[in-house]
Design a binder for this molecule. Sequence first.
Ligand code: XIL
Length: 384
Amino acid sequence: MNRDNSAIEAQQMKIRRTITIVSIVVQLFGVVYHTAAQDIPALKDVFKNDFLIGGALNRWVVTGRDTKAAAITKKHFNTATAENDMKWQSINRSPGRYNWEAADNFVDFCEKNRISIIGHCLVWHSQVPRWVFRDNAGDALTRDALLARMKDHIMTVVGRYKGRIKGWDVVNEALNENGTLRNSQWLRIIGEGSEEKQYDFIENAFRWAHKADPNAELYYNDYGLETSKAKCDGAVEIVEHLKSKGIRIDGVGIQLHDSLDRPVADGLEYAITSLASTGVKVMITELDVRTRTRGYRGADVGRTNRRNTRDTNADDAETQEKLADKYTEIFSVLLEHKEDIDRVTFWGVYDGASWIGGSPLLFDRDYRPKDAFFGVVETAEKYR
Ligand code: XIL
């Protein structure tokens, strides 16, 4: 009996010792790792001679509930975009009622941390309430009534933050893949099916945004400009149209929601060079790389199903290596064309907060820099 007990005790002691050793090793690794993590260069410094670097921020970041994401933001970004909190649906959910709290928190956070603020977005077919397009009886608004409503919204929102916003995404995602204008309610109601009036909603949105804040930069923003030449050409037409009317437009945002399994360099070069040739700034506004290998992989919010976005393979070493290669490919093109690129904004701060799930960003779910982060930094060093 006694001998048995002491054998068990010895065994338990051995296990405890093993656990202690392992935990010391893990803690040591943690200390080393943590020091290394603190030593990583700040992205905004790495690219200080090239372009601004930013991220899309959610409420948790700007209100201090996600302190680790806030720390990454403060260290690495000198520009930021509100992921959702300046959209029509967030600010003006019902007629005449404005809720500024979340947008104000975002703007205050950025100002406190000297981060240049991008307003996103004023006119979009998505995340806009249904009432916007209907009268009190529930019928579709007339062209004039919708123009008046759009003007009121833009003057109110842009006016509130006048002088504090570097630039606004005035019109978001107005194009189809083939370069024609998307059949949105904005186009249908304000364009009235007439070719001469098709750009009217875009023209007016830019005019009023300029009126509300004459010093703010004004942008057109869209996805897929790097995958469809026709769509990119459509964006060039929008810029040329606005310029031909003497309307201010400062830049075009290439969202760049990319995917691991398709090459991007050629299409991205085409988009940067053709947009820059119109004389506007080019920006990468929503950068991420989808790692999931199943289901819809595009950037159309209407087709992105958040519930299906988990990909159990997304964090394996092979995927992370591919992701690093992909980011290296993207940043090589951006640095090659840095004269034309004004800003690069990631769509999220770290993987745990991404709208598409998987592992599309430079920091993992534990807020640690990934191979992709180091790939980006090394690419920058090659261009020094
Ligand atoms: C996304 C947000 O990240 C999600 O949280 C939200 O549920 C849907 O919208 N193009 C855009 C962004 O211009 O506003 C979208 O953001 C992603 C696609």
